[in-house]
Write a protein that binds this ligand. Structure first.
Ligand SMILES: [Zn+2]
Length: 75
């Protein structure tokens, strides 16, 4: 798809590092599948993937965790 930020290039499949903040928790997910703009570097994470990461972050926040780094694992 065409990048909506710079409108200069088509995005390409790749992986991104996504940071989620939920309450007092910060979770960093590495290796998240995403479409990436080769021109400006904008990352587009699939909404189904983003929803899943948010749910996981909510569960982790309930344990009182403050910072966590995870490797993304495909469902
Ligand atoms: Zn772009």
């Amino acid at each position: 798809m065409k990048c909506v930020v710079c409108k200069q290039a088509d995005t390409r499949p790749g992986t991104a590092t996504v940071t989620m903040e939920r309450g007092g928790l910060t979770v960093v997910y590495k290796g998240v599948p995403a479409q990436i703009c080769p021109n400006c570097g904008e990352e587009y994470v699939d909404s189904a993937v983003a929803d899943r990461l948010l749910k996981e972050a909510d569960e982790t926040a309930r344990n009182g965790t403050q910072v966590e780094v995870r490797q993304f694992v495909a469902a």
